[in-house]
Ligand binder design. Sequence first.
Ligand SMILES: C[S@@+](CC[C@H](N)C(=O)[O-])C[C@H]1O[C@@H](n2cnc3c(N)ncnc32)[C@H](O)[C@@H]1O
Length: 274
Amino acid sequence: MNCSQYIPPPHKQIFKAGEVALVGAGPGDPDLLTMQAFRFIKQADVVIYDRLVSQEIMALLPDNCKRVYVGKKQADHRVPQEGINQLLVEHAKLNQKVLRLKGGDPFVFGRGGEEAQFILSHGIACHIVPGMTAASACTSYAGIPLTHRKVARSCTFITGNVQDNGALDLPWQALNDPEQTVVFYMGIKSLPTITKQLIEAGRDKKTPAALIRKGTHADQQVVKGSLETLEALVKLHNIKPPSLIVIGDVIDTFADAQLTNIGYLSPKHLSAKK
Ligand SMILES: C[S@@+](CC[C@H](N)C(=O)[O-])C[C@H]1O[C@@H](n2cnc3c(N)ncnc32)[C@H](O)[C@@H]1O
C-alpha cells in the first residue's frame, strides 16, 4: 500500500449517551495520554476513577462532569469491584456518557475485562481505550529499555499480588532466563518471597534489579541494586506502592548519572556497558 494514499477510516468511535468508555489514563504524566483518551475525557458526564489517576489528568475533565472516587488501594478497595460494576451500569442507564478512568491500561492488571463483561451483560456498549501500561512507560522514563539486543530478548509483566489464599504461586522456573526482563506489578509487599523464589529458581542473586515508585510523575523515585539487595533498598528508601520491581541486565544499559531528568538521558556520562 502506498502510505501517501492512506486515508483513515471515517469510523472514529463516537461516545454516545448511555455508553461506558473504559479509558486508560497511563501511569501519571498527562503527556502520555492518548489523543483518543483525551477525546473521551472531554465528553464525559460522569467519571468513575481510582487512585492511580493523576490530579493533572483529573483536571482535564469538563467542569460539570460528576466525579465518583472508587479507591482501589491494594487490599483496601473503597468500593468493592461488584459495587464499581453496578455504578457503571446505573449511570449508563441514566443515559449518561460514563467514563471509567483507570491507571495505565484498562486491560493490564486493571480488571477492565471483568468490567467490560459486566457492562455488556447488561446490554450496554463499552468503548475500550488503551493506555500506556506502567511497565512500559515507567521503565522508559527511568532510562531502562525493557529489551536490548544481546541482553534481553523477552520481557514478562507479572503480578506480585498474593492470591486469596495468601500464596504467591507463580511460574518461578519460567522467570529464570538471564535474557528475560521481569517486571512485577503490585509486588512490594511480596518482595521477600519474590526475591527468594527467583534465586531458588536459578536467577543469579547479582542480577541487576530496580524499584520505580510513582513512575512518570514529577517525584518519581528510581532505586537500583541487585536481586539480593532489593529488600534492604525498599526499607532504606521507604519504597511504597505504587511501585514496580524490574529485574534483568537491561537495568545496567545506562549509567545512573545519565538519567538527569525523568525520561531524559544525558550524553555526558558514558554507560559502563554497551
Ligand atoms: C492494579 S495495578 C494497575 C496497572 C495498570 N492497569 C497499568 O496498566 O499500569 C497497580 C500497580 O501498577 C503499578 N503502577 C501503576 N502506576 C505506576 C506508577 N506510576 N509507577 C510505578 N508503578 C505503577 C504498581 O505496581 C501498582 O501497584
